[in-house]
Design a protein around this ligand. Structure first.
Ligand code: ACO
Length: 325
């Protein structure tokens, strides 16, 4: 019998400290940095984001999201034989955030590792978990996106610090004799490293270079729209589907204008697009599972529907996953 993988539960977690654009603008003003709710909403669609407390790490946010996904799937931590955490803001240089989370969750002994593909991280992690389940290497996986992007923001750079937030989302992905994940498509092009990066690194007990996020917003915007369209079309073609078959597009939540452009290229109305960027900001690898969980829990997205998940991020990396929920 052919083996497939299927999402059986979703979960998410946002740290309690929520800042509206007005809250953030007031904080930035104390440091002489000027911005406004109007500017942020008009250019990005973002209205609020959550920031984690200083002692809270990606593994803590991911742990809560994982617990909620397990509960939704009716599964126990001890059932899990694979944990993949997608993050660009790991707890430590090493070991992986997945190992730290695994121990907190009590899933000791499972395979556990991190995936670093920035905002495409969840798409990469889901594709890897799907391949491992299809090959028989795992039966029940937790795929998690968890980020504390507030730690790598330069709050003196208004062109970037208003865009991002913290949070986590998770899915339980299980072996199944019906699909599940139908197709996926992953790519990267390292020649674009410089337009979106955190260029610092640790050496000799010091951080060398700048450990804060740098972005050429317009270059990112231009690349993102074309690459998302390419990933969406490749993935649909692999599954013998067309854009009109999609019930829901669940895009990486970077910027409403990127989402609108992508939907327009696919000729999908915006009421088929899951949008949470207004409430979460850009939570990088956490944004898709956060959006998916919000849509599932609100009853918008229903079992059996066809979903296209897609993302683009630093690297550059990009990709998409087509699945039946
Ligand atoms: N508040 C007020 N004014 C601002 C702010 C701010 N936060 N940031 C920039 N400005 C000003 C600039 O200084 C500039 O002023 P000037 O004309 O006097 O020089 C003006 O606004 C326009 O700046 P631009 O950078 O040209 O603004 P743009 O329209 O390109 O919007 C943005 C910037 C929102 C970053 C846009 O380029 C964008 O959406 N890029 C995509 C990047 C993105 O979404 N990245 C997310 C990470 S990557 C990913 O997840 C895929």
């Amino acid at each position: 019998m052919k083996l497939y993988s299927r999402i059986t539960g979703t979960g998410s977690y946002l740290p309690p400290r929520r800042l509206t654009n007005a809250d953030l603008a007031a904080e930035l003003a104390t440091q002489g940095v000027e911005t406004s709710d109007d500017w942020i909403v008009e250019r990005t669609g973002i209205r609020a984001r959550h920031f984690a407390a200083p002692e809270v790490c990606s593994s803590d946010l991911g742990l809560e999201a994982a617990r909620r996904a397990l509960q939704a799937a009716g599964a126990e931590a001890t059932d899990i034989d694979l944990i993949i955490v997608a993050t660009s803001t790991p707890d430590m240089v090493f070991p992986s955030t997945a190992c730290i989370l695994q121990n907190k969750l009590g899933a000791n002994g499972s395979t556990a590792f991190d995936v670093q593909a920035v905002c495409s991280g969840f798409i990469y992690a889901l594709t890897i978990a799907d391949a491992m389940i299809k090959s028989g290497a795992a039966k029940k996986a937790l795929v998690i996106g968890a980020e504390v992007f507030s730690r790598i923001l330069d709050f003196k750079d208004r062109t970037t610090c208003v865009l991002f937030g913290d949070g986590a989302g998770a899915v339980v992905l299980e072996a199944s004799d019906t699909p599940g994940i139908l197709a996926s498509d992953l790519h990267a092009d390292g020649k674009h490293v410089g337009i979106l990066c955190v260029p610092g690194h640790v050496s000799g007990g010091k951080v060398l270079g700048d450990p804060l996020l740098k972005m050429d917003g317009q270059a990112v915007f231009k690349l993102a729209v074309g690459l998302l369209d390419e990933a969406a079309r490749n993935t649909l073609a692999k599954a013998g589907k067309v854009a009109a078959d999609i019930d829901w597009l669940v895009p990486h939540q970077a910027n409403i204008r990127i989402m609108q452009s992508t939907a327009r290229k696919l000729k999908l109305p915006m009421d088929k697009v899951i949008v949470t960027v207004d409430q979460h900001g850009n939570t990088s690898a956490a944004s898709i599972p956060l959006a998916l969980d919000a849509a599932v829990r609100s009853g918008k997205v229903k079992p059996g529907e066809l979903l296209l998940l897609e993302a683009v991020g630093g690297g550059f990396t990009w990709g998409a996953v087509l699945l039946n929920l």
